[in-house]
Write a protein that binds this ligand. Structure first.
Ligand code: SAH
Length: 246
């Protein structure tokens, strides 16, 4: 089933909600960067945001993901955009990154930190940042304190560690950062490059795997996730947290 899961995700323009505009908006909040910043993009997927960062900054970007085929796609796109010299690609585990301490001006992670626990990511990546370095993370959060039972039960199963967006502010401070800014990712950034192509891919794969009940269950689960967002996008979404090491 893991293979099938990757077959879907490798076909998508990106592997989570987001778009160029949101990456740019967050990057513009980093007001005090050196001329050529060292940037680490953690859980880069096929590198949509990596390429945006490479265009926006004059620095070097290290892009890390534990799924080799995503990194291969990123390498291909980087060559095509003539940005390969600015991007160092690494297949590796975000839970065991062995970079030297204080080596990055910016750590960036869109929709990926949850893989090792959001708070744990904030804590463990702190040591890799230079003094006053920035950490930019997008993370699934509740926008409201009181939400309908159906969606509350869904995420109690799917992502029990999900926080109310303002409750994250205290976590940011307690893990050694100041909060520079926060903004919610707009709904359109979930659809254009993520859920709309995902729905199309799911329809194709349903045909291809018609008689495979395990595969159909996997497609159902992803479709349910999309349906939930369609219905409850006022209640939850992605928050972009722009933080600075204190
Ligand atoms: N930032 C990309 C991808 C987000 S999806 C985007 O917004 O499009 C999450 C990514 O984290 C996937 O590419 C997945 O392969 C990667 N990932 C999951 N666990 C990981 C781990 N332990 N170490 C490194 N990458 C991981």
């Amino acid at each position: 089933m893991e293979e099938l899961y990757f077959k879907i995700f490798e076909a998508l323009p990106r592997q989570g909600p987001g778009d160029e505009e949101a990456t740019k908006k967050a990057f513009q909040k980093l007001s005090d960067l050196p001329q050529c910043p060292e940037i680490l993009d953690v859980g880069c997927g096929n590198g949509s945001q990596t390429l945006v960062l490479a265009k926006l900054s004059q620095g070097n970007i290290t892009a890390l993901d534990n799924h080799g085929p995503f990194i291969d796609i990123l390498k291909h796109k980087a060559r095509h955009a003539r940005l390969e010299e600015k991007i160092q690609c690494i297949v590796g585990d975000m839970a065991a990154m062995n970079f030297s301490g204080e080596s990055f001006d910016v750590i960036w992670s869109e929709g990926a930190a949850y893989n090792i626990g959001f708070e744990n990511a904030l804590k463990s990546w702190n040591a890799l940042l230079k003094h006053k370095g920035y950490l930019v993370v997008s993370e699934l959060v509740w926008f409201k304190k009181d939400v309908p039972q159906e969606i509350s039960e869904y995420f109690a199963r799917e992502y029990p560690d999900m926080h109310y967006y303002e409750d994250v502010y205290a976590m940011v401070r307690s893990t050694g950062y100041e909060l520079v800014d926060y903004f919610p990712l707009p709904g359109v950034s979930w659809w254009t490059e993520y859920y709309t192509p995902a729905e199309k891919k799911l329809t194709e794969m349903r045909q291809e795997y018609q008689s495979n009940t395990d595969a159909q269950a996997l497609f159902d689960a992803f479709q349910l996730e999309i349906n939930m967002y369609r219905k409850y996008s006022e209640d939850y979404g992605y928050g972009f947290y722009i933080m600075r090491k204190g």
